[in-house]
Design a binder for this molecule. Structure first.
Ligand code: COA
Length: 222
């Protein structure tokens, strides 16, 4: 892991780049045989996507292309990663962020799920943006990348919560091998609205889990 981080750092230092709007780029340069460059995905139509851990230098680009407004969500995710609580996976096409998902290593924050699955990391906040990028396999690739990460760390399962109203996302997760647990809870969080007012949210959702494949067989089916 340390070596991987070092490789990433040296990439960032060695390859300053600019995105197509002229903003400092994320240095998503792929190197042959480089361990930091493994998670490269071909989406068709000549598009290549890279999935990797968020770096501090990514935060302005994430906010620019996937604005989180007053919630500063990307900073919050990155801060948790810095504390070792999570891994903030980000997906990039042409040095532009197109999605992300956070693996929370301590599992689901809701007591109902955490007590039942204490040793099960959770994929949280999966998102593909902008909407035109959805339904092209990006979400699936992020899911697979987070599963591989959890399997590498020796976990046997990964879980996630899905909102009762989010039928399309639930369909995707079930198609990719997640299983119903019967565990239900209120997903509680707060958001700052456009007027700067804190809004408390409590969405009914259900917890799904997926058994992870052995590290010797990292082939996932779509
Ligand atoms: C859910 C989401 C991350 C999936 O990423 P994606 O790149 O669109 O997913 P893929 O292309 O790999 O798979 C497409 C499938 O995702 C599911 N899906 C869920 N929400 C979707 C959406 N808003 N648009 C398109 N597909 C969606 C469908 O099952 C879809 O299959 P279909 O194209 O046959 O209908 C993405 O659509 C998204 O960001 N949605 C809004 C935020 C969200 O709901 N996050 C999930 C929180 S649990």
């Amino acid at each position: 892991m340390k070596d991987h981080q070092n490789v990433i750092s040296s990439h960032a230092a060695a390859m300053p780049s600019r995105d197509r709007r002229g903003y400092p780029g994320a240095a998503n340069v792929m190197h042959k045989d480089c361990p930091a460059c493994h998670d490269q995905h071909h989406l068709g139509k000549g598009l290549t996507m890279i999935i990797r851990e968020c770096r501090e230098s990514d935060l302005p680009l994430l906010e620019l292309h996937i604005p989180s407004g007053r919630n500063r969500t990307h900073e919050v995710h990155f801060h948790r990663q810095q504390q070792g609580l999570s891994t903030f996976q980000t997906a990039w096409i042409d040095d532009v962020p197109v999605g992300f998902g956070e693996v929370r290593w301590r599992g689901c924050a809701a007591a109902e799920a955490h007590e039942r699955y204490p040793d099960c990391p959770e994929l949280n906040g999966l998102s593909v943006w902008p909407p035109q990028r959805q339904s092209h396999g990006i979400g699936t690739a992020i899911i697979h990348a987070t599963e591989a990460l959890a399997a590498q760390r020796g976990y046997r399962h990964i879980g996630l919560g899905v909102d009762d109203k989010n039928h399309r996302a639930a369909t995707l997760y079930l198609r990719l091998g997640h299983q119903e647990t019967g565990c239900r809870y209120l997903d509680r969080y707060h958001r700052i609205d456009d007027h700067g007012i804190r809004q408390e949210v409590a969405n009914p959702c259900r917890f799904l889990i997926k058994p992870l494949q052995n590290m010797d067989d990292q082939r996932f089916s779509r």
